[in-house]
Design a protein around this ligand. Structure first.
Ligand code: FAD
Length: 290
């Protein structure tokens, strides 16, 4: 199933995002985690992309291995970082040969310590250009793109960011998956502006359950999202007790996602960080409409 058919239109889509582990032990752990997560019958598993070493190939390899091991639809992420258009084409050709059906097309982040993204010579500057390349030269792929309920950090304004998203969808994206957020009001306001801008592709909330304070604070601040002070201080009370922190986070997440589901989202995308425990606890409590 391509990404465009994974959400909405009569069914609620559940997807998981995993990343390629660096070691064999990490990969074993990942496959054990996916095995547990399969109990909730996901529509899709997506595999992130990083440059450096053999990471690019690892994304392709894992996307295929997960599809074949678990008989689940998969999508490979791809960014513009560090690649010329020729290298991107080569990677997309390989993805085609491997039978990969969908690509999550992203620009990628600037390297550590830099605030502005600079494409390599002969590379692409924005995700919209990557979507256009895929649509023109590899039209068989389903395509997902990223959206930002709290506005992308580099965007000069929410309006400019939304105009960019409209360009990405106009270039041919089938689905928009959002960055994580902890205040549903941000998502609801974003969805209103998205609809008002005439964008009609499924808008799928990406969620990162807040189950460990340090990790949640680190990732949230890296991507410029907000962590509500009340949630942070509730978790802080259990600073030395990871199990209690997880309990607080799971309870928060269940409340937050129930409200999202009631609001009519077409599906939900879990950033699972290669672990099953928190996501399984949340999904058990949520009883998604499947
Ligand atoms: P773009 O859509 O290109 O936007 C980047 C910035 O440029 C925005 O501020 C936008 O408003 C602006 N912009 C875009 N087009 C134009 C234009 N034509 N003119 C002027 N301004 C413009 N990162 C990874 O490295 N690997 C991954 O696998 C990965 N997966 C992700 C999955 C999801 C669901 C999400 C939400 C993010 C993911 N990221 C990943 C992070 C992502 O790469 C970063 O958030 C990155 O900073 C922006 O990527 P983008 O595709 O949204 O970029």
């Amino acid at each position: 199933m391509k990404i465009g058919n994974a959400y909405g239109a009569g069914k609620f889509g559940l997807s998981y995002e995993i990343f390629p582990p660096k070691t064999e032990a990490g990969e074993e752990q990942l496959f054990l985690a996916i095995e547990e997560l399969m109990a909730f019958r996901p529509s899709l598993v997506t595999c992130t992309y990083r440059v450096g070493g053999s990471s690019r190939d690892k994304t392709l390899e894992l996307t295929v291995k997960i599809r074949e091991t678990f008989r689940v639809s998969t999508a490979a992420h791809l960014t513009c970082v560090g690649s010329t258009v020729e290298e991107i084409r080569k990677w997309l050709k390989r993805a085609t040969e491997l039978g990969i059906e969908s690509i999550v097309a992203l620009r990628g982040d600037p390297p550590k310590g830099e605030t502005v993204f600079k494409p390599v010579e002969g590379g692409l500057a924005h995700a919209g250009e990557l979507v256009a390349l895929i649509r023109q030269e590899f039209p068989h792929f389903g395509v997902g793109v990223a959206g930002y309920p709290e506005t992308h950090q580099e965007a000069p304004s929410p309006e400019a960011d939304l105009a960019n998203l409209r360009r990405k969808v106009g270039a041919g994206a089938d689905v928009v998956i959002t960055q994580h957020f902890y205040d549903n009001r941000d998502f609801f306001a974003f969805r209103e502006r998205y609809t008002a801008a005439g964008i009609s592709r499924p808008l799928v909330p990406g969620v990162l359950p807040p189950v460990g304070l340090d990790q949640t604070q680190r990732i949230t601040s890296l991507c410029g999202a907000k962590l509500p002070a009340s949630l942070a201080s509730e978790m802080e009370k259990h600073r030395d007790d990871p199990a209690a922190q997880m309990a607080v986070g799971v309870e928060y997440a269940v409340r937050q996602y129930r409200e999202l589901v009631r609001s009519g989202i077409p599906g939900i995308h879990f950033y699972v960080f290669n672990k099953a425990e928190a996501t399984c606890k949340i999904l058990e409590a949520l009883h998604l409409p499947r």
